[in-house]
Design a protein around this ligand. Structure first.
Ligand SMILES: *[C@@H]1O[C@H](CO)[C@@H](O)[C@H](O)[C@H]1NC(C)=O
Ligand SMILES: *[C@@H]1O[C@H](CO)[C@@H](O)[C@H](O)[C@H]1NC(C)=O
Length: 304
């Protein structure tokens, strides 16, 4: 064998050996990285999961073209939230019967192994209270029948024993930051926080007294002098208060725009409110309101 051929063979063999080693090391490194990432996730989950509180999220819903899109969004928000807190979703349809559209969506919670449970109810709004097409949104009370059905279900089925339980009215047309659900776990009686994009303002919020840290007044686009100028998305209540005040319901007799204020008056006073979201400085929920789509044609065979 010629000397140059021998050199060539030796160099090639060493080169292949080095390549093989590099490959071995890099795949070992990759496995370690994956292991570290997985460990981190488990760590986060076990550290952040606040087992001792259950949040009952009450979502009134009614048929319109964006219904499914809105509910999928809420469902997936709750899936994320359920990594941190114990969630029970109470969905109340404004309909004579439970619809396939909502039933099918809720079945996904079982089939996809989501870590929260749901309750499916229906309660139809009497025809005289329904919004007409051109009526402004605030003209009639909305969600009265459905929220009351959820309150009745809670009073019939939930006991005040055991772990802390909180009720949150979670409309299907808002956008929720998962951080809100951690705030909800901190509530002792009634907790409040800012709500974004509402009442003609970028936010509505309780205003705190810098000396006492308690709610002194409200920044609100409409009647800030209401006893509780707080949006439906801006408060959470301990179930114990719902159970110990069985007369507290929403009502068509409440003054227009006073639903939240008159409902909260059953349970608490302004100076007892618990300001959350870093002393009401953070926004974790927005009234985004999906635009009404201009649907001119129907493609048959789809549940949209
Ligand atoms: C909840 O209470 C109602 C009575 O209002 C009852 O019919 C129903 O079976 C209860 N549901 C559960 C899950 O306990
Ligand atoms: C909220 O304000 C109080 C003083 O009123 C303060 O003690 C507390 O640390 C603040 N909390 C947060 C989360 O900023």
């Amino acid at each position: 064998m010629k000397r140059s051929t021998m050199y060539f063979c030796m160099t090639s063999v060493s080169f292949i050996f080095i390549l093989w080693k590099i490959f071995e090391i890099s795949s070992a490194l990759e496995n370690t990285n994956q292991a570290i990432i997985i460990n981190k996730n488990i760590d986060l989950l076990s550290k952040r999961f606040i087992k001792s509180v259950t949040i009952y999220c009450v979502t009134p819903t009614y048929w319109r073209y964006v219904q499914k899109a809105e509910l999928v969004r809420v469902y997936q928000t709750l899936t994320l939230a359920s990594f941190k807190v114990d969630i029970k979703w109470i969905v109340v349809e404004d309909s004579e019967h439970k619809t396939d559209l909502v039933s099918n969506l809720l079945k996904r919670i079982d089939n996809e192994g989501a870590h929260f449970q749901y309750v499916h109810l229906n309660a139809k709004t009497p025809p005289f209270q329904k919004l007409k097409g051109k009526d402004p949104r605030w003209k009639k009370h909305r969600g009265v029948e459905q929220r009351n059905a959820a309150l009745k279900w809670i009073r019939d089925n939930v006991s005040s024993h055991g772990t802390k339980k909180i009720v949150y009215f979670m409309d299907d047309d808002n956008t929720y930051d998962v951080k809100l659900f951690e705030e909800l776990t901190k509530i002792e009686n009634v907790g409040v926080w800012p709500v974004g994009l509402v009442g003609g303002l970028n936010i509505e919020t309780p205003i705190l007294d810098p000396k006492t840290g308690k709610v002194a007044s409200y920044k609100s686009g409409w009647k800030p002098d209401r006893p509780f100028a707080i949006d439906m998305a801006g408060f959470g209540i301990n179930v114990d208060l719902i159970l110990s005040n069985p007369e507290a319901v929403f009502s068509y007799r409440m003054e227009k725009g006073f639903q939240e204020s008159q409902f909260l008056a059953y349970f608490t006073t302004k100076d007892q409110l618990e300001p959350l979201a870093s002393n009401c400085t953070e926004v974790y929920v927005w009234h985004t309101r999906t635009e009404k789509p201009d649907v001119k044609g129907i493609v048959p065979g789809y549940e949209v």
